[in-house]
Each structure stands twice: as C-alpha cells, then as structure tokens.
Design a protein around this ligand. Structure first.
Ligand SMILES: Cc1cc2nc3c(=O)[nH]c(=O)nc-3n(C[C@H](O)[C@H](O)[C@H](O)COP(=O)(O)OP(=O)(O)OC[C@H]3O[C@@H](n4cnc5c(N)ncnc54)[C@H](O)[C@@H]3O)c2cc1C
Ligand SMILES: NC(=O)c1ccc[n+]([C@@H]2O[C@H](COP(=O)([O-])OP(=O)(O)OC[C@H]3O[C@@H](n4cnc5c(N)ncnc54)[C@H](O)[C@@H]3O)[C@@H](O)[C@H]2O)c1
Length: 470
C-alpha cells in the first residue's frame, strides 16, 4: 500500500494540470494513467484535429484574397506527417518527463475506487497496486465516444475521433453520422484533404445544435459550398460491411443508401465512469459525476472526492477541464493546510456563465456565455444586437468573399453582456475579448471606452454598441 496526499486518476489535460498544481503546493501527488499521459486531447482530439484543419483553413483564406492562388491541391501526405509530429508520434515520454519535473509520481495502470480515499490500480502485467490518499482523490478519466445502437454499425468497425484524427490515408468516400462539432470539423478536414465524397447524416434539422441557430446555418452553407453533402433529418437505419475494411453501405431511414469507404461516428461522448468503482463510495455506477462549485463530488461524505474535466459533464472542452483542475487543486491544497477554501479563484464561475468555445470550421464559430434562447429560458430581460462583419473595414480587407456575423445578447436590466457569438473566418482570436466582457460583467457603457484599433475586425465591437444605441 502506497500513501500519497493526493491521488489523481487520468492524466489528460485536466488530470495533469490538477496534479501539477497540487504538487506545486507541496502535497505529495500520484497520477494514474492507463494509456498515454496527455489524454485524448493531445493524441486523438484537439491537437491532431487542428493540425489537419489548419492547412484547409488557410487554403480557404488564400482563396478569398484576390491575387493569391494555391499552387495545387493540399499535400495530404505532408499534412499527415506534420500531424504525426504534433501528436509526438503517439509517444508520451515528453509528458512523463514534465510530470516528473513537476514532482508528480506517474503510475501506469487502470485506477478504480475501492472505498473512501482508496484507489486500486491494475498494472499492465496484471498486478494490483493499492494507493491511499491522505487528503483527496481527483477523478479525471475523460469521456468516450457514443456508438448509436444502429443495426450493424458496431460490427462495421466505424471510425471514431481516434481513427479520423489518426487517419493514415484520406478515404475517397466517407459518411459521417452526426451534425455536432466533431462531425463538422472532421467532414471539413476530410474534404479539404482530398475526400471526393463526404456525406453527413444529421438527425435533426441543424448543425451545431447548442450554438445560435445562424452559426449552424452559416457553417452548413459553407460546408455545402465546399462540396459536402449534408442530409438533414436523416439517419442510418442499418450498416453493412461484408468485408472487414471494405466498402460500407448505410441504409437510410428515408429509404435509399449511401456507400462509402469509411464511416465516422460523431454522435457525442459519454463520461468515462464505467468500472471506476463509483458504487464503492455510494455514487451511481455510470453517467457523469455531479460536482459542486468547488468540483467536489456531490453526495460523498467528508468531501474527499473531486471530478474534473469531461467526466463531470459540465463542458467537454480542454480549457474548461484545465480551469476546473485549477479550481479543484487550489481547494484541495487550502483544505489540506486548514486554510479558507472559498477565496474567489476557488469556485467555478466560468461553467455557469457559459464556456467559451471555438469550432474550427471555415467560418469559425466562436461563442461564449448564453445563447439568446438560453438567456430567455432563464428569465433574463433580453435584448439582442447583430452585425454583419463584412461591413467592418477590417473584415472587408481580409478578402472579397469574407462574410461574418456577430450577435450580442444583452441583459437589459444590468446593461451587461450575457453572451456573444462571432461566426467568421479566422475569428478565433476575437473570442477572448468577449470572454473577458461576459465574465467580468463589464457594462456596455464601460465597453464604449474600449476603443478597437482601425482597421481590425475588432471594430465589430463598436458597431454592436452603436447598433444597441450608444
Ligand atoms: C475530435 C475532437 C476534437 C476536439 N477538439 C477540441 C478543441 O479544439 N478544443 C477543446 O477545448 N476541446 C476539444 N475537444 C474536447 C477535448 O478533447 C476534451 O474536452 C478533453 O480531452 C478532456 O480532457 P480530460 O482530461 O477531461 O479527459 P481526457 O483527455 O479524455 O483524458 C482522460 C485520461 O484518463 C485516462 N483514463 C481513463 N480512465 C482511466 C482509469 N480508470 N485509470 C487510469 N487512467 C484512466 C485516459 O486514458 C486519458 O488519458 C475535442 C474532442 C474531440 C473528440
Ligand atoms: N473545437 C472544439 O472545441 C471541439 C471540437 C470537437 C469536439 N469538441 C467537444 O467534444 C464533444 C463531443 O463532440 P461531438 O461532435 O461528438 O458531440 P456533439 O454533442 O457536439 O454532437 C453530437 C451530434 O450527434 C448527433 N447525435 C446524437 N445521437 C445520435 C444518434 N443516436 N444518431 C445520430 N445522430 C446522433 C447530435 O444530434 C449531434 O448533431 C463536444 O461536446 C465538444 O464540446 C470540441
């Protein structure tokens, strides 16, 4: 039996940040990982997907600037080689070195709760190691893709985020189940890197369902212009792949079929809580782990258990998992020292206000805070202002085909922003200004004095305020 002050289970972005910060506070810390330190984000999600999208995005930009022309199609093999470098060739030695330098002990194996403050680790050789925590256990086991119960789908060995981000040869034809973030980003990547036929099967009537409706509409128009076949109100009824690795045929609910070389499932993710021993501490065995604003698992006596990142289901985003990790780590360290654990940085505000997110399609969808529909549902006195971003000099200068739209959701009572959405090419870096405005609850009258430089796209802020009436 090994005793540490703090045990972290899962070395994805959330777990690593928590472990590093807890160790820096002087507590002895162990982190348990059963695949690669760095987690889904580093090897099969954020990093490789953005490496695949970056050249596609840039090619779109070049296409909008008069006088520039791409020398030919994108060199997919070179892009895949760079992707391999971005994922460190699926080797986590660098992350392991970082954990070591941060004073965190890395234990390789599968962790499972075995009662209060106790984690049993099954190691690769089948052995078991018992870890006991003096102060806290932080669960950071992430999430796994959902495979819908469609006849023949699982047997057809569909691609998930892992295979599509790790693609070795871009398929000629690919069918995508889903209309969310992964589906949109990866449909665009596959098409941009040379897939001839990309077909998206979207169960509902819109893409990117959690964003402002105009965002999904603009992305749908753009993906269609890029040659992607988007089938709304369509779903797979049966999937057949007679030869392993061969052609796949999808029978559609509306009748008809789609035949492709690969099928990608991008139908959401579920918390990785299976076989985590949650029942041994009185929690439901599956589903996301419910937490309070200090990331403590609800319903666990003595408050020694925390859940951060995708596993708590609050926001399936790397930056939010890392933020939750900082909150939890500081709370754990303060409680261990017997100090006050309610200082301002020790409570989650950002998830409740609406997490910032960028969808890296062309155009990019950048949003923070509440959508108009969410704000109205929560009973705010809402007023909305919108502006077309190509009307801003900085936008117009970016290219002839540049189109964008901004929307601000205002709380009329306090004259503060509840949410902001920008949909435009290359808008990702605009988002943080909106995040600062929404999080700090700056009034519109304060924002009036934040003068955007000319001619930048940020002048859209001024236009939104003028449209509001300032
Ligand atoms: C294709 C794709 C693209 C994405 N792009 C973005 C993006 O651009 N920006 C963004 O913010 N988010 C993005 N996300 C979401 C992001 O990947 C996740 O929010 C993030 O990885 C969650 O971090 P985490 O630490 O909670 O979990 P994970 O990254 O899933 O890490 C969990 C770790 O725990 C380990 N583990 C699990 N169970 C056990 C166990 N019992 N014992 C030991 N170890 C265990 C796993 O092996 C893993 O290493 C993307 C997701 C996908 C699928
Ligand atoms: N750029 C980014 O920040 C980024 C990129 C990729 C993923 N992510 C995160 O990863 C998470 C997972 O992404 P995702 O795209 O898998 O999930 P999602 O929740 O964004 O989208 C899921 C899609 O699948 C559809 N769907 C659900 N069940 C279905 C079924 N049974 N049959 C057919 N369609 C079904 C939904 O209607 C939706 O269109 C997201 O929550 C997102 O936050 C973030």
């Amino acid at each position: 039996m090994d005793v540490f002050d703090v045990i972290v289970v899962g070395a994805g972005p959330a777990g690593e940040v928590a472990a590093g910060r807890v160790a820096a506070s002087g507590l002895s810390t162990v982190i348990v990982e059963n695949e690669l330190a760095g987690g889904e984000c580093s090897y099969w999600a954020c990093m490789p997907s953005k490496a695949l999208l970056r050249p596609v995005d840039l090619a779109g930009e070049v296409g909008r600037v008069t006088g520039l022309r791409l020398g030919g199609p994108i060199d997919a093999a070179a892009v895949l080689a760079r992707r391999d470098a971005v994922v460190s060739h699926y080797d986590d030695a660098g992350q392991a070195r970082w954990l070591d330098s941060a004073g965190v002990t890395l234990v390789r194996g599968t962790g499972r709760l075995a009662g209060p403050r106790r984690v049993e680790v099954t190691t690769a050789d089948g052995g078991t190691r018992t870890l006991v925590a003096n102060h806290a256990v932080l669960l950071a086991t992430g999430s796994r893709p959902v495979i819908p119960p469609v006849a023949g789908l699982a047997a057809a060995r569909p691609w998930t985020n892992r295979e599509v981000t790790g693609v070795r040869a871009v398929p000629d034809r690919i069918v995508v189940i889903g209309g969310g973030v992964v589906a949109c980003e990866m449909a665009q990547a596959m098409r941009g890197l040379g897939a001839r036929e990309v077909t998206m099967l979207v169960r509902g009537g819109e893409l990117l369902g959690r964003t402002e409706p105009f965002a999904g509409e603009m992305v749908a128009r753009s993906l269609a212009d890029q040659g992607i076949d988007i089938r709304m109100h369509e779903s797979a009824e049966k999937v057949e792949r007679p030869e392993p690795g061969g052609e796949v045929t999808v029978r559609l609910a509306s009748g008809g079929t789609v035949t492709a070389d690969e099928i990608l499932v991008a139908a959401g993710r579920r918390a990785a809580t299976d076989d985590l021993g949650l029942a041994s501490v009185g929690l439901p065995e599956s589903g996301p782990i419910e937490v309070d604003e200090s990331m403590r698992a609800s319903g666990v006596a003595d408050g020694w258990l925390y859940a951060i990142g995708d596993v708590n289901g609050l926001a399936l985003l790397t930056h939010m998992g890392k933020y939750q990790a900082r909150v939890a780590a500081d709370v754990v360290a303060a409680r261990a020292r017997g100090e006050a654990d309610d200082r301002p940085g020790m409570r989650d505000r950002a998830d409740r206000a609406g997490a910032p997110q960028v969808v890296f399609t062309d155009p990019q969808v950048c949003a923070v805070g509440r959508t108009e529909a969410q704000a109205r549902a929560e009973g705010f006195d809402v007023r909305v202002v919108e502006y077309d971003m190509e009307q801003v000099a900085g936008g117009y200068l970016l290219g002839d085909g540049y189109r964008g739209k901004a929307k601000a959701v205002v709380d009329e009572r306090r004259r503060v922003l509840l949410g902001v959405t920008f949909v435009a090419p290359g808008a990702a870096e605009l988002l943080h200004a909106a995040t600062i405005a929404v999080t700090s609850e700056a009034t519109l009258d304060d924002l009036w004095h934040a003068v955007p430089a000319y001619p930048t796209v940020s002048e859209v802020w001024l236009r939104l305020l003028e449209a509001y009436g300032l």
